[in-house]
Design a protein around this ligand. Structure first.
Ligand code: SF4
Length: 96
C-alpha cells in the first residue's frame, strides 16, 4: 500500500483557487477558496471536497499511467514548495 500524500495543510493551494480553471468557481472573491477557513487553515468541506482537490483520485484518474505515485508526490511537493516560497516572498518582499 502506498504512503498517503504528505500534505502539511499549509493551505497555499486553497488560497489560489481563483488562479486555476478547475477551481475558479470556488473563488470567494479574493482568489481564496470559499471553503477554506483562514483561522484553522483547513478545508471546511474536506470529506466532501471536489474531485479536483483529491490528490489520490487525480493520480489514479490522470497520472497513474504516466508516472509512479512517488514521482507524482515529488512533483507535487516541488509545486507546494514553490507556492510556499512565493507566499513568503510576497509577504516579505525585501527578504528581511
Ligand atoms: S474545496 Fe477545500 S481542498 Fe478544495 S480548494 Fe477549497 S478549501 Fe482547498
Amino acid at each position: 500500500m502506498r504512503k498517503p500524500f504528505p500534505c502539511d495543510q499549509c493551505g497555499e493551494c486553497c488560497k489560489r483557487a481563483g488562479l486555476i480553471a478547475e477551481t475558479r468557481s470556488l473563488d470567494r472573491g479574493d482568489g481564496v477558496c470559499r471553503h477554506f477557513d483562514d483561522q484553522s487553515r483547513q478545508c471546511m468541506i474536506y470529506h466532501e471536497r471536489p474531485e479536483v482537490c483529491r490528490v489520490d483520485l487525480q493520480y489514479m484518474r490522470k497520472y497513474r499511467a504516466l508516472m509512479s505515485w512517488e514521482s507524482f508526490v515529488d512533483l507535487n511537493m516541488q509545486a507546494c514548495d514553490e507556492l510556499k516560497r512565493s507566499s513568503s516572498s510576497s509577504a516579505n518582499p525585501a527578504g528581511d
